[in-house]
Ligand binder design. Sequence first.
Ligand code: NAD
Length: 250
Amino acid sequence: MDNLNPLNFPADLLACLRLARAAAALTGAGVSAESGVPTFRDAQTGLWARYRPEDLASPQAFAENPVQVWEWYRWRRGLVSGALPNPAHYALADLEKRIPRFTLITQNVDGLHHTAGSRQVIELHGNIWRNKCSRDGAQVEVVSSNQENPPLCPRCSGLVRPDVVWFGEQLPAEALEAAWDAAQHCAVFLSIGTSGLVQPAASLPLIAVQSGATLIEINPDETPLTPHASYSLRGPAGLILPELLQAVWG
Ligand code: NAD
């Protein structure tokens, strides 16, 4: 494993990307950090400093205090609504056009990959802009809500919640299956801006490595995935990804 200067990518890394007929990328909150959407760790400031994400984004939290959970999501939606894709999002949209079979798998719920132009995105953890009924999981289109009352499902009057996967919940089966399949059948797997701590997403890079793929990690910090990466590119994704694409495809 090499610790690389992002401005000096080794030739074999560039060749590996240039020759790849199938690749997959897993993105995490770090990819949107440069768009001003904080990672969970960075979001724990100010008003929300005393809460752990598990205490705000879990079925238990919603059962106990739906008003507070909605307050946290309104705050997050406010952040996301002002956010624009950054160069990392655009580079990944570009990668989709350059590699014949490219699968983008994201843990992010902010929708910024779509905004940047990525067309095939597996959203493992849902999307913060959608709502669903907490009783039957059916998506709910229009929700009127206010600070005091959590929104109610127009069909059954059950509580409406954001359509995101909370701590302790199952991932959507179809999305997970597609992500697993991509990890098993790619030549290159990029793990970008993810701490590698949240399962089962964190297993995808390992599945790829076990299936023979080259793992490239892009993250300013070391993660539990770092020892498994053939290339560990230290730094912000918004800087490294565009430079990497430039170095490979010019
Ligand atoms: P995480 O918060 O656990 O880890 C973020 C990782 O990104 C860290 O390893 C950090 O070193 C790295 N990072 C920070 N800035 C970076 C940059 N500029 N470029 C590259 N990497 C950078 O995030 P996670 O692994 O995605 O897991 C947290 C969970 O929280 C996920 O399930 C996700 O759904 C949710 N979440 C989503 C958003 C979002 O949609 N934008 C934001 C926060 C949390």
